[in-house]
Design a protein around this ligand. Sequence first.
Ligand code: FES
Length: 145
Amino acid sequence: MERRKFIGSLTGPVLTACAVCMGACSKGSSSPSSGNTATVTPPAGVNFTIDLRSSLLSVGSSVVQSGVIVVRLAASDDPGSFTAVQVSCTHEGTSINFNQAGNNFVCPNHGSTFTTNGAVTNGPAASALKKFTVTVSGNILTVTG
Ligand code: FES
């Protein structure tokens, strides 16, 4: 079959599939290069509670809610025993994990690390995680920010 006839015989769905593939394969679609390659917007207007009688019972445990990861860092129920930061990595938005052994946050995508206050300690992430305010009243922990 001649090339012109072959291309002319292609139908809409085949052309659409080719276009989607070419877009997905385009340069820089998910490059793990240095610096921020995507805009990651931290959550705003956050306001939720956690019952400490049923959640965050052990040091190192965490809860993810409303785009925020809340971690118990110490045994007491003082607000300073907890931290709450945005769960989306500032590099490309992958959900970070708390690493109890290192007492830090680690992004499993490209390896960025953050302190428990959200500061970057290793890139490629270039921006700190947004930190949220934690208060405790009785058994109820409140996260705002
Ligand atoms: S998404 Fe790239 S380091 Fe987190």
